[in-house]
Design a binder for this molecule. Structure first.
Ligand SMILES: Cc1ncc(C[n+]2csc(CCOP(=O)(O)OP(=O)(O)O)c2C)c(N)n1
Ligand code: SF4
Ligand SMILES: [Mg+2]
Length: 349
């Protein structure tokens, strides 16, 4: 079965929801030409179109930064909330709990997440909130002219030539340790890998954290930067070839079980990960952590789906919420009547 169709000659291609790709686009970007963030917006548009997600069913969030402007550039018909710097996790967690039937996606930066927002980020990962959390990681604060961010590598230089004297945070390793059930790293310049990672994230139920290395062409694309296009291309250690088969496509994939890990996602989609690196096993957290630590020590970026735990309870399950969206419940079901409050007050006397 095909995921897309052409209704008549010359008519726009439509997906299984009957929508054309134009429905998934956003406003024209105001970011610099060549910024990695623009390529990520393009992949998000394609992934949501190919998965046939109804954009009206999506809530998109961000904090502050060049990266955080991105939700304006995709999924125009979706609901959007541009929060305060570093505060996306609390706003998005509240919204996801208020309406459990919506699909949530957030775009943040390495500064927005790793610096001012780190306290909120930690708890969103720990709660395994059902959400796609994209970090557009350029190792600097692009919007405020390129200062080092917490993901800048030790010894990496700024455009002015100053060397960074602090070690980096590895936001993938942190998320995995904290409890996120889907952790991936990709590169804005790797169309095929990023598209597969995004589609798998849409199929996942739980926190899908994607750290996308996304070079800042204006402030951090020079020799001496470890987040430049040239450095990332030369040091990208691809963990495995990803084949993603959505639940609505009847495609069979030939694979060697010794070489390929097959994962059934929450919605019935299938993920086949053919290993290229020796110790790569995306369902084994300890092995995945080892790969991250070893590649980082060699100055490489491990990219691909690093860790996936498809059956872990998400925050909605943990809280045992009712099936209906909380936001739509009438006051009669959310507010205790006066008699109940009086009884509670009496018990406290
Ligand atoms: C409370 C607050 N502190 C500081 C700032 C200034 N500021 C705006 S964006 C930003 C960092 C952006 O870096 P990042 O999140 O990595 O996004 P990028 O621009 O690199 O995509 C800072 C420090 C702000 N807007 N609000
Ligand atoms: S300043 Fe850097 S991060 Fe911001 S839009 Fe330009 S290239 Fe992108
Ligand atoms: Mg940044």
């Amino acid at each position: 079965m095909s995921t897309e169709s052409t209704s008549s000659a010359g008519a726009a291609r439509t997906n299984r929801a009957g929508l054309a790709i134009a429905e998934y686009r956003g406003s024209k970007t105001t970011l610099c030409a060549g910024c990695g963030h623009n390529a990520i917006s393009e992949r998000i548009i394609e992934a949501f179109f190919e998965m046939g997600v109804d954009p009206h069913h999506v809530m998109k969030f961000s904090g502050i930064g060049c990266s955080s402007k991105s939700p304006a550039y995709f999924l125009n018909p979706s609901h959007g909330f541009n929060s305060v710097h570093g505060r996306m996790p609390s706003v998005a967690t509240g919204a996801m709990l208020a309406n459990r039937t919506m699909l949530g996606i957030g775009v943040s930066g390495d500064g927005d997440t790793g610096a001012i927002g780190i306290g909120q980020f930690v708890h969103m990962m720990r709660r395994n909130v059902p959400f796609i959390y994209i970090i557009e990681d350029n190792g600097c604060y692009g919007l405020t002219k390129g200062q080092f961010s917490p993901t800048a590598d030790l010894g990496s230089t700024a455009k002015s030539g100053i060397a960074n004297d602090l070690p980096p945070l590895d936001l993938c390793a942190m998320s995995m340790e904290l409890g996120a059930s889907f952790v991936a790293r990709s590169f804005s310049g790797d169309k095929k890998q990023l598209a597969a990672v995004l589609k798998a994230a849409i199929a996942h139920r739980g926190m899908a954290l994607i750290d996308v290395i996304s070079p800042c062409v204006t402030f951090n694309d020079h020799e001496g930067s470890t987040k430049s296009y040239a450095y990332v291309k030369a040091h990208d250690e691809v963990l495995g070839e990803i084949s993603f088969v959505p639940y609505f496509d009847d495609i069979s994939v030939d694979y060697d079980p010794g070489e390929t890990t097959s994962v059934t996602m929450h919605d019935g989609s299938h993920l086949y990960l053919r290993k290229l690196a020796d110790d790569y096993k995306p369902t084994d957290k300890v092995a995945a952590m080892k790969v991250l630590l070893e590649t980082a020590r060699r100055g490489e970026f491990a990219t691909g789906i690093i860790y996936v735990e498809p059956d872990k309870d998400d925050f909605v399950d943990t809280l045992n919420l009712v099936d209906e969206p909380l936001a739509l419940l009438p006051a009669s079901r959310t507010r205790p009547p006066k008699a109940v409050l009086d009884e509670m007050m009496d018990a406290l006397r």
